[in-house]
Design a protein around this ligand. Structure first.
Ligand code: ZN
Length: 562
């Protein structure tokens, strides 16, 4: 068991010239490797270097997100953003050498084909001629993060940031929900020009980068960046169609019934966060209490989660409280030289705290179990597979929910399942929107807002923003950080959820088998591409026509929507 403390973890800024020197040595050694074993040793040394660089980069990003007002962290983050493309360039050149070299067959034999296929994807995403574009791209992402983190929203005599005000979406009082949403969207309305400008710059920049690299548009580059080695846009389109055909109608039925239960004429967007007139169940304690319950939960679940979570708390690898100046959202990152993950979240007292928490623990647990994988590229799988680990843990933790919600646990489970179903069409809409945007990069901001409205009509036909001007005019997507910061990431959640729902069905039929399969999948890390990982856990690929049928049917029954 590790005794490393996060507060003592260091990721010193690399000296670029020194790294260049290290790469020179690696290149020469690889060129002169006369046996497979020697080539493997070179790759292992390169991997250790990559883990050090990744640790520094992740730490610089993380510290800044923890306090966006800290000048020192901001400077370190900017330094990271300046240096990272140069380091990427060195790594890409080295991958080119590996792929073209005489020992690539030996390396494939030793490490498996997955890494080499990933490197083939990586080399298509970078060329020195886009170095400055990458720096600019990171600047624009930072601009969006800083802009949203700077929001100060007056509400009910207090000041909220965007992460904290959303808790009122779950308030049992409809008038409170509505006025909080008015305040939130008013902020977006007032910043629309800036939000449009940042995104327009991003779309043009990303398109230009794609063309410089020989792609027709950014969609192609976006897929390669997501390292999608075993599926393409046609498969994704087929999946979105399946969601629209099978899940959207079920979601409509659910929402009609929900409106009745809430006693409202029609479900407005500010009602979509609540599921029954009593309001949503909330965890029955604060941050510290929640962590104690969490340890009990993982002790009861076993499978290694128990010891793992002790490491996370003892080593201070959790930052879960919302506070001013802290960036929004929740994520898990890794400190690769130490073989440790870190969880970042913004607890706000709602049930979402428990969901985000179990979600991020799923990521962290997988990363921790994969720390002994032979390559950095295998310590995390590609994102659609990563999200299987996180979302499945949310479902596997269901039997433990009494610890957080007491006799509201059953209500929590039903809501969690309903929200998961409702998420599928939303996720497909976000993905479809991004395809449209990047296929028509010359569209104006107004046209983009119209595209988003069209997506809502297609996938979320019940959506009604009433007098909330900004989203009613098509601006909802501007609150979705992934659209700015992680293009084409969003569909990964829905692909993974389709797998996680299968784990849910399995856990109801055979909990022991579900848990064992889950732990085994986590251990495999990123050593296989998405569809093979899914198959290894006996999951139906989301690109098979039957992928949603079973889960949708179980959900229909569980939610009494027959
Ligand atoms: Zn996740």
């Amino acid at each position: 068991m590790t005794t490393v403390d996060f507060n003592q973890i260091e990721g010193p800024t690399p000296d670029y010239d020194e790294v260049v020197g290290q790469y020179d040595v690696l290149r020469t050694r690889l060129e002169q490797a006369t046996t497979g074993a020697r080539a493997v040793a070179v790759i292992q040394d390169w991997d250790a270097l990559q883990r050090r660089l990744e640790t520094w980069s992740n730490l610089a990003e993380l510290r800044f997100e923890q306090d966006t007002t800290n000048e020192q962290y901001r400077a370190a983050r900017r330094e990271r953003d300046q240096l990272w493309p140069k380091l990427t360039e060195l790594a890409i050149a080295f991958k080119r050498q590996i792929l073209a070299g005489e020992r690539s067959g030996d390396l494939e034999h030793h490490f498996g084909p997955c890494a080499l296929n990933q490197w083939k994807a990586h080399v298509t995403t970078y060329d020195p001629k886009i170095e400055q574009d990458m720096v600019r791209e990171a600047e624009l992402e930072l601009e969006y993060t800083e802009l949203l983190a700077s929001a100060r929203l007056p509400f009910q005599g207090e000041t909220y940031n965007l992460s904290r005000i959303v808790k009122f979406r779950e308030d049992p009082d409809r008038a409170v929900r509505h006025s909080a949403e008015q305040v939130r969207w008013q902020w977006f309305f007032e910043h629309r020009a800036e939000l449009d400008r940042i995104f327009d710059d991003q779309v043009r920049l990303r398109t230009s980068m794609a063309r410089k690299l020989g792609f027709d548009d950014f969609v192609g580059l976006g897929y390669q960046r997501m390292v999608r080695v075993d599926y393409g846009r046609e498969e994704v389109e087929r999946f979105r169609d399946a969601v629209r055909e099978q899940v959207t109608p079920l979601a409509e039925t659910f929402n009609r019934r929900r409106a009745q239960q809430l006693g409202v004429d029609s479900l407005m967007s500010w009602d979509e966060g609540v599921f029954d007139p009593r309001g949503n169940p909330a965890p029955r304690g604060d941050h510290d209490w929640l962590l104690v319950q969490a340890q009990h939960m993982f002790d009861s679940m076993g499978g290694g989660l128990d010891d793992f979570f002790r490491v996370m708390t003892n080593s201070h690898l959790l930052d879960l409280k919302a506070r001013d100046g802290k960036a929004g959202g929740g994520f898990c990152t890794s400190l690769d030289s130490y073989g440790l993950p870190f969880i970042f979240a913004n607890f706000n007292g709602t049930k979402g705290d428990v969901e985000v928490f179990t979600h991020e623990v799923g990521h962290a647990f997988q990363n921790y179990l994969s720390r002994a994988q032979p390559l950095l590229d295998y310590t995390w799988p590609t994102y659609e597979s990563c999200e299987i680990h996180s979302m499945s843990l949310e479902f596997l933790a269901w039997p433990e929910m009494e610890r957080f919600f007491g006799d509201d646990a059953q209500r929590f489970r039903r809501i969690h399942l309903a929200q998961s179903l409702l998420f599928l069409p939303y996720g497909a809409a976000v993905d479809h929107f991004q395809h449209r945007v990047y296929e028509q990069p010359d569209a104006t901001p107004d046209q983009r807002h119209a595209m988003w409205r069209e997506m809502e009509q297609l996938y979320l036909p019940w959506r009604d923003y009433g007098d909330l001007e900004h989203p009613a005019l098509g601006g909802f997507w501007q609150s979705q950080r992934h659209i700015y910061s992680s293009p084409f990431y969003y569909i990964d959640y829905t692909l993974a959820l389709t797998c996680a729902l299968q784990f849910w069905v399995r856990s109801r039929e055979n909990p022991t088998r579900a848990m064992n399969d889950y732990v085994a999948l986590c251990r495999r890390g990123g050593s296989l591409p998405f569809q093979q990982l899914a198959a290894s856990a006996d999951l139906v690929s989301p690109f098979e026509p039957s992928c949603l049928g079973d889960a949708v049917e179980h959900a229909r029954q569980y939610l009494d929507l027959t």
